[in-house]
Structure formats: C-alpha cells, structure tokens
Design a protein around this ligand. Structure first.
Ligand code: CAA
Length: 383
C-alpha cells in the first residue's frame, strides 16, 4: 500500500503538530498532576475543528479521511495522551454510531453540535460486561414514543464533560445479542447522572466515569439503526475506535523515544554521552523499528477503512501490535533514563503510566486476538 501523503494531508498534520507543540505539550505535565484539562484548551481545540475531524462537511465537520485522522491522533498523543483520548473517543465511538446509523433528522440536528464541540461519549461496559460486551444488563423498555433506560455503565471516557452518550441497552428479560439497542442520550435527560469519576493510574487529564441511568426517557427517534442492531453498531464503532488507539500508541511511543534520544545525547557516563554506547544505540534502533512497523499497520487499517473495505481484523491487528509495542518502548525509554526516569522530573514516567491502558481499553489484547483469529478461521479461502 502506498501512504505517500498529499499536500493537504501534510499541511493538516503539520498544523496539528504545531498546535500540539505550542498549546498542549507545555501544559501536559500540569494537566497530569492536577487531573484536569483547562477549558481554555478545549475552547481552542473547538476553534480548530478537532471535535469534527472525521465528520462530513455537510454536518459541520472537517471531513478528514481516516489516514489523515490517524496522523492527527498520533500528533495529539505525542503531546498528551489524555487530551488525545478525549478527541479520539469523541470522533470515533462517541459520534461514529450516530453518523453511520442515526436517522437523517437527528443527524442534521445533533452532528453539527458535536462537530462544534459538544462532547460525545460511548457507554457499553458494565460491572459484569467488559470483554463480554453482550452481557450488558442495562435495559431499554419501549413506552409509546420513548425508551426508558435503567442500569449502570462503567469506563465512560468523557463522561464528566459529555453532552451526548451512545448507550447500549437491552430489552428487559432478554439475553441475546439481537435484543441489544443503541440509543443516543442527552446529558440533561432526567435520571442520568455521573456516579463516580475514576482515580486512574494514567491518562489523568481525561475523565473516566461511572454513569447511572435511572428511568431515563429517550425519544424513539434517538434509536440508532433498528431495534436489535445495537451490538453490531457497537462493534462497528469499536472497529473505528481501535485504529485511533493504535495511532495513539504510536504517538506516545514516538514521544518516549524522542525523550530517550534527547536524554541519551545529554547524559554523560564513563566520560562520554551514553548515546555512544552500542547497547543503547541498538535499543534505539529497535524502538524506531517497532514504532515504524506499528505506524504502517495503523495506516494500512486506516487506508482500508477509507477504501470502504472490511477492516475489522486490520483494526484489531493495528491496535494489538501498537499497544503492545508502546508498552515495550516506554519501558525501554524509562530504563534509558535510569533513576531519573522514575521521577516526575522527566515526562517518560507519564508516558509509562499513560500507555498501560492501551492494551486494555477498547478491547484487551486478548480480545483483539479473538477478533483476528475469528477472522482468519472464518476465511473460506484458507479452509
Ligand atoms: N462489525 C459488525 N458486526 C460484528 C462485528 C464487527 N466488528 N463483530 C461481531 N459482529 C457481529 C457478528 O457477525 C455476529 O453477527 P450474527 O449474529 O449475525 O452472526 C454478532 O455480531 C455477534 O458476534 P460474536 O458472536 O462474535 O459476539 P461475541 O459475544 O462472541 O463477542 C467480541 C465478540 C469480539 C468478544 C466482542 O464482545 C468484543 O469486541 N468485546 C470487547 C468489548 C470492548 O472492546 N469493550 C471496550 C469498550 S469501550 C471502552 O473501553 C471505554 C471507552 O470509553 C472508549
């Protein structure tokens, strides 16, 4: 596959790189320490269209292709993985289900608001439904022209700031995949509340919440797709989300390697910069190779999506490889920093904590292997 970037793609990537370098990187440490993201930064990202990156232009978005989107995500993650995840969840699992499966009237009403920066979140997981996403117990009971939602959702990225929630819920008394529905819920709906904000190891600039739904009434027009399409809609959203997590992994790995190289050139031991030692040079070569391999996998999955090919397995491969890769790279980068890497004086400590969840959220590495092997074993050309 050819990933030569055209002028527009390069210009857009460079614009985001400049923004991330000037506006995000200088406050990344402070956001991590304070577990907060300043409203001023969010406002600037709104002005730059980051909340409508992948939305069609007719709904107020920038309409960038997935390849460009992946490069943008990488640039954001290099500066702050916490800021990055807010943008990726909004642009993928938070809004993609509406863009793909919403009815036209609701899309025309809501997508421009999302593109302008009213944040979106995705609510599938529950206390007893993590990797087994179809085990959800939250219910959606039809009552006239409305659905009534009851239950509790976990690991809701953007939960504290979101205006819109894509919620997966099932018909009461059922257990099947085909009894699951996807509904768009607005924050001000009575009965919806954030019950808890998680105190996480990393990604501290981004919020992750428990959401409670107590008799929340949703207009029937907010049903995405048809009744019973919810599970497949969630899986389709995750396919797109996993490309973003792959790109995020590449961005953090690149940042960790850049930091390690800078440190190795400055740090003197045994009378010379430690970058002169062959052991470290080989480590740097391995890091660079791993990062480039992951980047190519991410771009390949992105290009397949842009070409309207089925990309489920490739998205999982990109997410699996890149998220495992970044955890190796941040470990090596921290090791190269010696004791200093274990302190908050150097950003590598934050990269190490941030990266740890990449092999877990939007499907664990084990689940990505299930998806990939299912795809291979179902391929009739191989039987
Ligand atoms: N696209 C479209 N349809 C799909 C699909 C996809 N990617 N994957 C599965 N389906 C369809 C199947 O074809 C099947 O359809 P039929 O019944 O018509 O044959 C149906 O969905 C059921 O599929 P499975 O039998 O494979 O379903 P399963 O129950 O065995 O689960 C799984 C499959 C891959 C394990 C899935 O449950 C999964 O991905 N689990 C991980 C969930 C996950 O990633 N959670 C993270 C949530 S988000 C988060 O982390 C927080 C945040 O804020 C972002």
């Amino acid at each position: 596959m050819n990933f030569d970037l055209n002028e527009n793609q390069k210009m857009f990537r460079d614009m985001v790189r400049d923004f991330a370098t000037q506006e995000i990187a200088p406050i990344a440490h402070q956001m991590d320490v304070e577990s907060a993201m300043p409203d001023g930064l969010i406002a600037k990202m709104k002005d730059n269209g980051f909340f409508g990156l992948s939305f069609p232009e007719k709904y107020g978005g920038l309409g960038v292709d997935t390849l460009t989107y992946s490069l943008v995500v990488e640039e954001l993650a290099r500066a702050s993985a916490g800021v990055c995840v807010m943008i990726t969840v909004h642009n993928s699992v938070g809004s993609y289900p509406l863009a793909m499966f919403g009815n036209e009237e609701v899309k025309e009403k809501i997508l421009p608001r999302m593109a302008a920066g009213e944040i979106a979140a995705f609510c599938v997981s529950e206390a007893n439904a993590g990797s087994d996403a179809a085990a959800i117990a939250t219910t959606a009971a039809r009552d006239g022209d409305e659905y009534v939602l009851d239950g509790s959702k976990m690991w809701v990225t953007n939960g504290a700031r979101a205006q819109f929630f894509v919620v997966l819920a099932r018909t009461p008394g059922t257990t099947g995949h085909d009894d699951i529905h996807a509904l768009l819920v607005e924050r001000d709906a009575p009965g919806l509340r954030v019950a808890k904000e998680e105190d996480k190891m990393g990604l501290r600039a981004s919020d992750t919440c428990v959401l409670e739904l107590d008799g929340v009434r949703v207009p029937a027009e907010n049903l995405l797709g048809k009744e019973g399409d919810g599970f497949k809609i969630a899986m389709t959203g995750l396919d797109s989300g996993r490309i973003g997590i792959g790109a995020q992994s590449v961005g953090v790995a690149q940042a960790a390697m850049d930091a390690a190289v800078k440190y190795a050139k400055q740090r003197q031991q045994f009378g010379q910069a430690i970058s002169k030692f062959q052991g470290l040079r080989w480590t740097i070569a391995d890091m660079a190779t791993q990062i480039e391999a992951a980047r190519q996998l991410v771009l390949s999955a992105a290009a397949m999506k842009d070409n309207s090919q089925r990309y489920t397995a490739q998205a999982s491969m990109a997410k699996l490889f890149a998220s495992e890769m970044v955890n190796q790279v941040v470990g090596k980068a921290l090791q190269m920093h010696g004791g200093y890497g274990y302190t908050k004086d150097y950003p590598v400590e934050r990269f190490y904590r941030d990266a740890r969840v990449f092999t877990i959220y939007e499907g664990t590495s084990e689940i990505q292997r299930v998806v990939i092997s299912n795809h291979i074993l179902k391929d009739t050309r191989r039987s």
